[in-house]
Design a protein around this ligand. Structure first.
Ligand code: AR6
Length: 244
């Protein structure tokens, strides 16, 4: 028997349980729309925590324009692999780095840095100036695209609030232009760039609100309990919450 053929054979000790003897327990479906249900299922499968949902606009119908909060590693996030994108907190060179940038490049594989390398430089060593955004394929990541943006270095930027607003806004604009329906952000600039997370969360939520008609769901994937709780408090203050 060829090696390929043996892959499809199960020995008695590895045989799967008979589904008639071990039926799957059925749970009632959660009371939410198809899109919402799909994204919650995808997040639960990927092992991300949290999952609180808010409406981005008081006037939008159920399921449209949602903001969701998750806890964990953004590189495992995906919704459908076709109209979804994660955002990378990159630097102006766009050739990788530490933090979430390093994690995204490791998970995407070496093709990502090659794709970044061919993004034209706007001046020597700068492919994406602070506050702007660029898009690439996502390679081995489970999403369709990576949007790279550069947030401000809090202590060095003259107007860090304007730059952070631009980073979120330009990422969302680029998502819209590329037909992205589901987008996930990390806490841009809240790591080595030292942006105070309470202030950053207000900018993040308010820019997401402005795209409530353009993007189905804006997600934030926060890496620590502390950040998750800050984003949750801000979302609760600014948006109506919806039941899971
Ligand atoms: N998933 C989600 N969030 C993460 C992950 C992850 N896998 N890893 C880290 N974070 P940072 P910045 C969080 O420093 O402040 C890079 O070297 C982290 O806890 O990654 O915008 C770039 O190349 C923090 O809350 O990005 C730049 O030079 C947030 O992501 C520079 O860092 C952002 O932290 C950008 O600095």
């Amino acid at each position: 028997m060829s090696r390929a053929a043996t892959r499809f054979f199960l020995t008695p000790s590895t045989r799967l349980p008979n589904p008639l003897l071990f039926p799957k327990r059925r749970r009632p479906p959660p009371p939410c729309t198809g899109a919402t249900r799909a994204s919650f299922a995808a997040m639960a499968a990927s092992g991300l925590g949290g999952g609180e949902a808010f409406r981005l606009s008081a006037s939008a119908g159920a399921g449209a324009g949602a903001l969701k909060l998750f806890k964990g590693d953004i590189t495992v996030w995906s919704v459908d692999g076709a109209t979804d994108a994660i955002v990378n907190a990159a630097n102006e060179r766009m050739l990788g780095g530490g933090g979430v940038d390093g994690a995204i490049h490791r998970a995407a594989g070496p093709e990502l840095v090659q794709a970044c390398r061919i993004v034209p430089e706007v001046k020597p060593g700068v492919r994406c100036p602070t506050g702007e955004a660029r898009i690439t394929p996502a390679f081995k990541l489970p999403v369709s695209r990576v949007i790279h943006t550069v947030g401000p270095i809090y202590d060095m930027d003259r107007q860090p609030d304007v730059s952070l607003n631009n980073a979120y806004t330009n990422s969302l604009k680029l998502a819209k232009e590329n037909g992205i329906q589901y987008i996930a952000f990390p806490a841009i600039s809240c790591g080595v760039f030292r942006y105070p997370p309470e202030e950053a969360s207000k900018i993040a939520v308010s820019t997401a609100q402005q795209f409530s008609k353009d993007i189905k769901e804006v997600h934030f994937v926060l890496f620590s309990d502390e950040l998750y709780n800050i984003w949750r408090e801000t979302a609760k203050e600014m948006l109506p919450q919806v039941e899971k």
